[in-house]
Ligand binder design. Structure first.
Ligand code: ATP
Length: 362
């Protein structure tokens, strides 16, 4: 029987529990054994009770829970070869030779590196007499499958990451709340949103809430943006709008605004005569129950991840499970991560055309 491990790693995202549930249950359905690795790579390095066998009922109720029940952590020791060697040993002791990792690009890069090094890590464990050659014999290859858990929706080669639609829904709820008080007092609000190098959350929230002006990392601000923003806001007011909402993606602050903060944008609106406040949504955007879309996405992707494990050969590059035009597909994990990093670099160097071209590439 194959033994498949599942873990969540990096920043948490709503829907990660749905992925764990789907992997566990699809593994059991496929006549495999399933193991949850607690606290991301930390659990792999510590081993023992941090790697627990999971039965069907152990993941009951996971679908509607936010965050990640099996925990996540940033693990420094897994960045070192020694930590990865210990992780390999712990996996062999539990009989696990396949890992499904739900995390961001860092976690997926670490996973692929682990797979690459696996044969030499095993050799070292035998040389160091930590394991015998009989013990390691059945574990020649490690299978890795990635699932992208991130509210930012920043991975190339997928239309949606697990968590982004929940976060979008939460941002819209929050802006709706701000709207009612803004309308009552005829105020303006500058709302800061998450997303790192990706403006997806902000762009979609802007559309979904009918906000007045947004700043995203992908769109450069032109000279005179202050006057442009004020004239748009003024026009909306003249049309009878009693509120003003400006959304600033955190990524735009660094890339475009020469570190102009939401408070400084507030000052511009205040000087133009609008009673303006700043609201930073912060971690509220990451918390709470997953939206229906993320429950569906994580379930479909978790099922596909187990299929990918069972079909993998030593030659198959590690896949990441994606969603492209409403279809669940596999893409080479390393290529998707490399392309994501290229996009971030292009944005930092203000080559926005390149960034958009790369992000659209499948
Ligand atoms: P998020 O997008 O939320 O930041 P992430 O998966 O990119 O998620 P990271 O902090 O980059 O988050 O990575 C999570 C963990 O993955 C790290 O703490 C480390 O244990 C492991 N990891 C990341 N990069 C590597 C790497 N190059 N080699 C080995 N392990 C890595």
């Amino acid at each position: 029987k194959r033994r498949i491990g599942v873990m969540t790693s990096g920043g948490d995202a709503p829907g990660m529990n749905g992925a764990v549930r789907a992997v566990v249950r699809m593994a059991l359905f496929s006549n495999c054994e399933a193991f949850a690795i607690y606290e991301g790579y930390e659990g792999l390095v510590q081993g023992g009770d941090m790697i627990k066998e999971m039965n069907w009922e152990d993941v009951r109720g996971f679908l509607a829970e936010g965050g990640t029940i099996i925990g996540t952590a940033r693990c420094m020791s897994f960045m070192e070869r020694e930590g990865r060697r210990t992780a390999a040993k712990n996996m062999i002791l539990k009989g696990i030779d396949a890992l499904v990792i739900c995390g961001g690009d860092g976690s997926l890069t670490g996973a692929d590196r682990f797979r690459d090094e696996w044969p030499s890590l095993i050799e070292e464990l035998v040389e160091r007499k930590e394991l015998t050659s009989e013990q390691v014999a059945p574990f020649k290859h490690l299978n890795i499958v990635g699932l992208v858990g991130s509210i930012d929706n920043d991975l190339s080669m997928t239309d949606a990451t697990i968590g982004c639609y929940s976060s979008l829904a939460r941002i819209c709820e929050a802006i709706d709340s701000v709207d009612t008080t803004a309308t009552s007092h005829q105020r303006a609000f500058v709302v800061e949103t998450m997303g790192r190098h990706c403006g997806w959350l902000t762009l979609m929230a802007g559309v979904a809430t009918g906000s007045d002006f947004i700043f995203i990392p992908e769109k450069p601000v032109e000279d005179g943006w202050e006057d442009n923003m004020l004239s748009i806001v003024k026009k909306h007011r003249q049309l009878g709008k009693r509120k003003t909402i400006v959304i600033v993606a955190e990524g735009a602050i660094d890339v475009h605004l020469n570190k102009i903060t939401p408070t400084q944008i507030k000052d511009i609106l205040s000087k133009a005569g609008l009673d303006t406040r700043v609201t930073t949504l912060g971690h509220v955007q990451r918390g709470g129950q997953p939206a229906a879309y993320d429950r569906m996405l994580s379930t479909l992707q978790g099922v596909e991840a187990v299929k990918a494990v069972l079909e993998a050969t030593p030659e198959t590059p590690s896949p990441v499970i994606c969603m492209i035009e409403n279809k669940i597909v596999r893409r080479p994990l390393l290529e998707a991560v490399a392309q994501t990093k290229e996009v971030a670099k292009a944005i930092e160097s203000k080559d926005f055309e390149k960034a958009m071209r790369l992000r659209d590439a499948e």
